[in-house]
Design a protein around this ligand. Structure first.
Ligand code: B12
Ligand code: SF4
Length: 472
């Protein structure tokens, strides 16, 4: 069978922070490749769908999508069916797994729930053999009378998860970046998360369990990619501390020299600060930390099962080791000017230079979604990028968005930068040695570029809100 895998374009409104390889599709490709022809189109980079369909003439098209890509994924499916109604269209990925009913449309034939590396090859075989699709595990078949579900796939190990076939993304690889920096390779070393924060559905992928790959296999994969920058696609790479130490030792022992970005929780880091130290030595340069809020009470509200003390310890540990802290702070719709100022004061007082301020968004599959789905300001998922608000705000919308923008502009402020550099100069004049924390300060050129980039992006973001908002 000829299979075309597609990463659909991003919604026009999306505020993008980066674009990396579609790891899910590469993993699926591995199990298909021995028996079938597999091609891939990365539409955020190459929008030429018609020419690709002409060239490949696929029997099956598989589309991946996050929530913010739900509309464009549907448009892609529509174009594919317009080109040839006999092509079997399948959708998978995070959005399809969390809210499959959103894809119950005539242009889509089947939806793969969660772990596509098991279901998709079985589906392709069933299509080839002409056997009963209702027997394929982890599948939902679309239809006018509703979805027909076969049972979901529940995993008990990821030892059988194939390594990604990166040959399908070869021609795009030097375009994969985060914040204009790249190329980055993406590697999954673990799946799932044992916590259940109210605003997140990542834990659902593995039923609140945490499954890991063997350290040797992870390090072999790191060594095999050409890129010198690697991002881990795990929700908490340090969750299993012994394993994190082992991976680090292996990387060091094999003399692999790359730069790493990982996601981790502050409770792990506060308890095992040595992890940051040892990983810092092998090239860990950024950690994405969900600090989320600035009080214990609010941490409890979001069921984060963490403390302010852990967050603050972590901020210091990362500074001491010269590892950038991509701290995420949730911006809530109930914020007024005082809350925005208080949050900024916290960031500034803690001398943080690389924070992000995602707007609280009821992502499908989350507890928040169940609570707030009836209050949405918009009919589409195009604004679900965490830079738009899809819920009503206490402040007038325009003012709320200006306050969010101001947080970023305060962070990229030339005055703040100059003050910091002058302070450092003073320390040097006084004969004091500067610590590794100076590494976190955004270099001046980058700071100016981000300042302009964010201004332009927010101008568009503000305008898009009014284009996409539900008409009363
Ligand atoms: C790494 C990562 C990123 C990276 C790179 C993503 C990329 N490929 O470009 C960066 C930092 C750039 C990023 C950006 C964004 N991200 Co992100 N990111 C992740 C993270 C941590 C891992 C994703 C991943 O690779 N997983 C591993 C792969 C193997 O899993 P998978 O893709 O789900 O694939 C499996 C199945 O879903 C299935 N499958 C997938 N596709 C298909 C297709 C078919 C046909 C089939 C059959 C099966 C199938 O099979 C695969 C193998 O079993 C997740 C959290 C998480 N734990 O998933 C968040 C996450 C995906 N991101 C999220 C968000 C919101 C974003 C942004 C919108 C933020 C922003 N404003 O920029 C952007 C989206 C733009 C983009 N480029 O994708 C949300 C999405 C929530 C949602 N409901 O959509 C997540 C879930 C985190 C969260 N907050 O909840 N992200
Ligand atoms: S926010 Fe982080 S800790 Fe909480 S459930 Fe999601 S991945 Fe787990």
């Amino acid at each position: 069978m000829k299979v075309l895998l597609i990463q659909p374009p991003f919604s026009r409104a999306m505020f993008g922070i980066g674009h990396l390889e579609p790891l899910g599709l590469e993993i699926i490709a591995t199990n298909l490749k021995p028996k079938h022809d597999v091609a891939f189109l990365d539409m955020p980079i190459d929008q030429n769908l018609h020419a690709t369909l002409e060239k490949i003439r696929p029997d099956i098209v598989g589309i991946t999508a996050l929530t913010v890509q739900a509309s464009t994924a549907k448009q892609v499916a529509q174009e594919v069916k317009k080109y040839d109604p006999n092509i079997f269209t399948v959708i998978g990925g995070h959005h399809a797994s969390m809210i499959p009913e959103d894809f119950n449309i005539p242009d889509i034939n089947a939806i793969v729930l969660n772990h596509g590396y098991i279901s998709f090859p079985a589906l392709v075989e069933a299509l080839k053999e002409g056997s009963d699709l209702r027997k394929v595990p982890g599948l939902a078949l679309t239809g006018e009378s509703g979805l027909y579900f076969n049972h979901q796939q529940h995993i008990s190990t990821i030892e059988d998860m194939p390594l990604p076939d990166r040959s399908i993304t070869q021609k795009y690889r030097n375009r994969y970046h985060i914040f204009k920096e790249g190329p980055y390779a993406l590697i999954s070393s673990a799946i799932g998360c044992p916590y259940k924060c109210t605003f997140c559905a990542c834990w659902k992928v593995a039923d609140a369990k945490y499954f890991t790959r063997r350290p040797v296999s992870v390090v072999d994969e790191i060594a095999s990619v050409d890129e010198t920058r690697v991002m881990f696609a795990d929700d908490n790479t340090f969750q299993d501390v012994k394993r994190a130490v082992k991976i680090c030792d292996l990387i060091k022992g094999r003399g692999i020299r790359k730069k790493y970005i990982i996601y981790a929780r502050s409770d792990t880091i506060a308890k095992y600060p040595e992890l940051v130290e040892m990983w810092g030595e092998i090239g860990l340069c950024q950690i994405v930390i969900g600090i989320e809020v600035i009080s214990d009470e609010d941490l409890k509200k979001f069921k984060k099962q963490n403390t302010l003390e852990n967050n603050e310890k972590t901020i210091e540990i990362l500074k001491k080791n010269g590892v950038s802290n991509i701290a995420h702070f949730l911006i809530r719709q109930e914020f007024d000017t005082k809350d925005f100022n208080e949050l900024w004061r916290y960031v500034d007082d803690h001398d943080m230079w690389t924070p992000l301020f995602p707007i609280l968004t009821p992502l499908p599959g989350t507890e928040l979604w169940e609570k707030d789905k009836y209050r949405l300001l918009t009919d589409t998922f195009d604004l679900f990028d965490l830079f738009h608000t899809v819920l009503p705000t206490k402040l007038p919308l325009k003012q709320f968005l200006s306050e969010v923008e101001r947080l970023y502009l305060r962070n990229f402020s030339l005055w703040r930068y100059t003050k910091k550099r002058l302070w450092q100069l003073l320390q040097i004049i006084k004969g004091r040695k500067l610590g590794k924390e100076t590494r976190e300060i955004t270099p001046i050129v980058k700071l100016l570029v981000f300042n302009i980039m964010f201004r332009l992006a927010f101008k568009r973001t503000r305008r898009d809100h009014f284009v996409y908002l539900k008409k009363p």
